[in-house]
Design a protein around this ligand. Structure first.
Ligand SMILES: Cc1cc2nc3c(=O)[nH]c(=O)nc-3n(C[C@H](O)[C@H](O)[C@H](O)COP(=O)(O)O)c2cc1C
Length: 224
């Protein structure tokens, strides 16, 4: 029996995050703030098929590299060129306006920063980043922690997610988990082949074709 049917038969909500019914695995912060799990029958709108009228897709590109001509910038260029064909694109480089590292006091449900505003306005988020010590650069971690402050607003509708990681010396999987897990918990949906990596060698050149297809895949996932 599908989980949605279970909810219909039992009349009980099923958490769309854990899929195991109403269980208390959530963070103490969320319980303290009174925000409980979303049930399947209260799932946010914005999934494929829910919006028959096509609207312009808004793509937000986050560049986590300080280098204008590095491997990361090639991802940004490839994605941006493809996204312009199917929607509006805004590119932000974290090094132009570094997010502050978290002090552990994000006010829930308050829009306080430019990145929070831009993320809320977008339909799809594309992150291009180098790998620093098998993980995201700290500036990108700060970005993820910053948008945690608008987590409950992000749950109003789903947004598509795409990630491209430049890792000439390896460590790209650390970046994958550091981004996909928190962003998935903030209602971002990783599109098909939405995780791209390139190690600067020809065998990874499959990445360019999937980057060119990614904006259209994001549009389909969001249903625009
Ligand atoms: C602190 C630091 C740690 C790094 N760690 C890694 C790593 O784990 N894996 C890797 O592939 N490259 C690593 N690098 C090298 C970067 O991949 C390299 O600087 C690359 O040029 C960054 O891409 P970009 O030019 O697009 O910014 C590291 C660089 C720095 C500054």
């Amino acid at each position: 029996m599908r989980l949605a049917s279970v909810a219909a038969v039992t009349g009980r909500g099923v958490c769309v995050m854990c899929k195991f019914g109403i269980v208390s695995h959530d963070s103490t912060r969320r319980w303290r703030s009174g925000q409980t799990h979303l049930a399947v029958n209260q799932a946010p709108s914005g999934y494929a098929g829910s919006n028959p009228a096509r609207r312009t897709m808004k793509y937000l590109v986050i560049n986590a590299s300080p280098h204008e001509n590095g491997g990361t910038s090639k991802f940004v260029h490839a994605f941006t060129e493809a996204a312009k064909k199917v929607g509006e694109v805004k590119v932000l480089n974290l090094h132009d306006s570094p997010p502050a590292y978290s002090r552990g006091d994000n006010a829930p449900s308050m829009i306080e920063t430019m990145y929070q505003r831009e993320v809320l306005a977008c339909d799809a988020l594309f992150i291009a980043t180098p790998t620093y010590w098998f993980n995201t650069p700290s500036i990108l971690k700060a970005f993820v922690e910053e948008i945690d402050g608008i987590e409950s607003m992000l749950w109003q509708r789903a947004r598509a997610l795409g990630i491209a990681v430049y890792a000439p010396q390896g460590g790209e999987l650390g970046v994958a988990s550091a981004l996909t897990f928190p962003l998935n918990h903030m209602n971002f949906v990783l599109v098909d082949v939405g995780y791209i990596f390139h190690r600067g060698i020809p065998i990874d050149d499959w990445a360019w074709e999937d980057l060119a297809l990614m904006p259209e895949r994001m549009r389909r996932v969001i249903g625009r």
